[in-house]
Write a protein that binds this ligand. Structure first.
Ligand code: BYC
Length: 334
């Protein structure tokens, strides 16, 4: 009996079977995309697709978790009990969004500890917008109106993303984001109907948040390395610039109702394009923030690290409880 030849033949047969399975998987994956159907965790998917989703979904989850900080800063100082309750509910929603997103990312094979570790060691990206500070109450209005407004523009198309668990998480998230946007608009509306000092506070805040909110959509299309492939995979449905334009078109009439001025001298209706023209953004500021040198990068990551460390006992207790439950279920089965 020639054992060496048998082993080699078996290995070749296994490799051929794996190749056939991959080819069939790839065909099915392409069919799913072509028919606008969802790819599910158990389906074959290209490694690049899986990695892109882990990158985007985990960054998105981190944004929700870090995004709680600029607002929780105002919970204790909200101007009334009603505002405090609303703000608290909104911040809790964001924690929930983070958890849906981390769960969606976990279905792609990354574990939660790895994602947490990437965040608290400063290796992971999260949305640039949360590295700006919130010195006034009007910033709660601007975050809701501008930041959540931009989030809705970006995230409604994500409800149709090709990856099932992400798309389903986004449906719930978007419903809550729309409440968040309205509560921000309403804070600004109330300030704009108030005293001169309140109007000034609202305008000053909008002046600070407008350009960073426009940058949330990511770099201009020609500098966006991931867009082309993500669009081919039905992950991104519109380009960064298309969504930014859609956002500006949505903001202008809302700003008129509020009575605030958007801080852009180049902003004007373009009859030919059927859109508002707007001025260039300072992309060097965006890159500074991404490089960790924004106004609040250091404090955001260190607060998150502290919270993670302080929460170690909760994770231990939850694990011990889960182990005890599993043990007692095993006892019942045996
Ligand atoms: N901030 O090739 P590109 C929220 C990075 S949560 C930081 O265009 P892509 C909310 C990008 O990651 C808001 N980084 O990338 C929460 C890439 O770097 P890597 C978060 C940014 O992925 C609480 C590089 O720049 N929303 O709204 O095709 C309270 C090149 O860019 C940013 C989401 O995460 C940025 N703004 O497109 C209130 C939505 N922009 O990874 C509100 C899901 C770009 O190659 N994510 N970068 O090293 C997306 O839709 C896309 O990932 C993006 C970027 C449009 C953001």
């Amino acid at each position: 009996m020639n054992t060496t030849t048998d082993v080699t033949t078996d290995a070749r047969a296994d490799a051929r079977a794996a190749q056939i399975a991959d080819e069939a998987g790839e065909r099915r994956f392409n069919e799913l995309l072509a028919s606008e159907s969802r790819v599910e965790p158990s389906d074959w998917m290209p490694e690049g697709y899986r990695k892109t989703l882990i990158r985007q979904i985990s960054q998105h989850g981190h944004s929700e978790i870090i995004g709680m900080q600029p607002e929780s800063n105002w919970i204790a100082r909200a101007p009334s009990l009603k505002r405090k309750a609303i703000l608290m509910a909104k911040v809790q929603d964001e924690a929930g969004h983070g958890l849906y997103l981390y769960s969606a990312a976990q279905t792609l094979g990354v574990d939660r500890e790895t994602m947490f570790d990437q965040l608290i060691t400063g290796k992971a990206k999260y949305s640039s917008i949360f590295n700006y500070t919130t010195p006034t109450w009007a910033d709660m209005g601007s975050i809701g109106w501008l930041v959540d407004g931009a989030a809705i523009c970006n995230q409604v198309p994500l409800c149709r993303v090709s990856y099932g668990p992400y798309g389903r998480a986004m449906v719930r998230i978007c419903k809550e984001e729309s409440f968040h946007q309205r509560q921000g608009f309403e804070i600004l509306l109330e300030l704009m109907r108030g005293t001169d000092a309140q109007k000034e506070m609202a305008q000053e805040s909008v002046n600070r948040w407008y350009a960073p909110a426009l940058m949330m959509f990511g770099p201009p299309d020609e500098d966006s390395p991931n867009s082309k492939q993500s669009m081919a995979w039905n992950i991104k449905r519109f380009s960064n610039d298309d969504l930014r334009q859609r956002f500006v078109d949505m903001l202008v009439p809302q700003a008129e109702i509020l009575g605030v001025t958007l801080p852009d001298a180049a902003l004007r209706w373009n009859e030919e394009r059927g859109h508002y023209d707007f001025g260039d953004l300072d992309w060097s500021e965006f890159h500074e923030v991404l490089a960790g040198r924004g106004p609040a990068n250091t404090i955001r990551v260190s607060r998150r690290r502290e919270a993670h460390e302080n929460g170690a006992w909760v994770r231990e207790a939850a694990r011990a409880y889960a182990d005890a439950q599993a043990e007692s279920r095993r006892g019942l089965v045996a």
